[in-house]
Ligand binder design. Structure first.
Ligand SMILES: Cc1cc2nc3c(=O)[nH]c(=O)nc-3n(C[C@H](O)[C@H](O)[C@H](O)COP(=O)(O)O)c2cc1C
Length: 187
């Protein structure tokens, strides 16, 4: 049976390069992985007063999607050397769900694409820190930092850069192995 991977994009932009990278990763997935990309633009800003009255439906929907997925693939831009606000906000909501937030023991892989040359490295290490707090199992390598994104995708947002295509394929193979190992250890 194929592992179900939930794709989460940290940019809400219609022409997001990170969404394009997520879709490209889906194309390079081996046969034992299948990708579904979620949308979460309707999640409100975190507010404990709202939480105390009951988690909003869009948060519970995302929680269910993360719980039901075998693994999570996050593609996110870097905002001001850190995680994008929309992604951090969604993660903050999920982290408050009791008795357990949905990322516990979940295999996760990360991609980032940015306009600058560093490809979002600082954002990825911030994200790894958060996912460590969640006790998720983040794939160590290959790491994918797509810098100068405008030179790696064409006008239709198709990933055209050959080395990036290759390493994305390598990461998806490593991700499939990682998911298998994590699932054996925590079944
Ligand atoms: C608020 C904001 C902050 C940003 N900060 C960074 C940054 O710290 N490092 C970086 O490489 N790019 C930064 N960028 C540029 C993003 O990398 C670029 O806009 C990227 O294309 C966004 O991803 P998307 O195409 O998926 O929307 C920033 C962009 C925004 C809107």
């Amino acid at each position: 049976m194929a592992f179900r991977v939930l794709g989460i994009c940290g940019s809400l932009r219609e022409k997001s390069y990170n969404m394009a990278a997520l879709k490209a990763a889906g194309e390079f997935m081996p046969a034992d992985l299948s990708l579904t990309i979620t949308q979460f633009a309707d999640i409100p800003l975190y507010n404990q007063d709202v939480q105390d009255k009951g988690f909003p439906a869009p948060v519970m929907r995302l929680n269910k999607e993360v719980l039901e997925a075998d693994a999570i693939l996050i593609a996110s831009p870097e905002y001001n050397y850190s995680v994008s606000g929309v992604l951090k906000n969604a993660l903050d909501w999920l982290s408050r769900i009791q008795p357990a937030q949905p990322f516990k023991n979940k295999p996760v892989a990360i991609i980032s694409a940015t306009g600058g040359p560093l490809g979002g490295a600082r954002n990825q290490y911030e994200l790894r820190k958060i996912l460590g707090c969640f006790e998720a199992h983040v794939l160590a390598r290959p790491e994918i930092f797509i810098g100068m994104e405008q030179t790696k995708f064409d006008a239709e947002l198709k990933l055209t850069d050959e080395p990036t295509r290759k390493i994305l394929g390598d990461q998806m193979k490593a991700f499939a192995d990682h998911i298998t190992k994590v699932k054996k250890g925590f079944a």
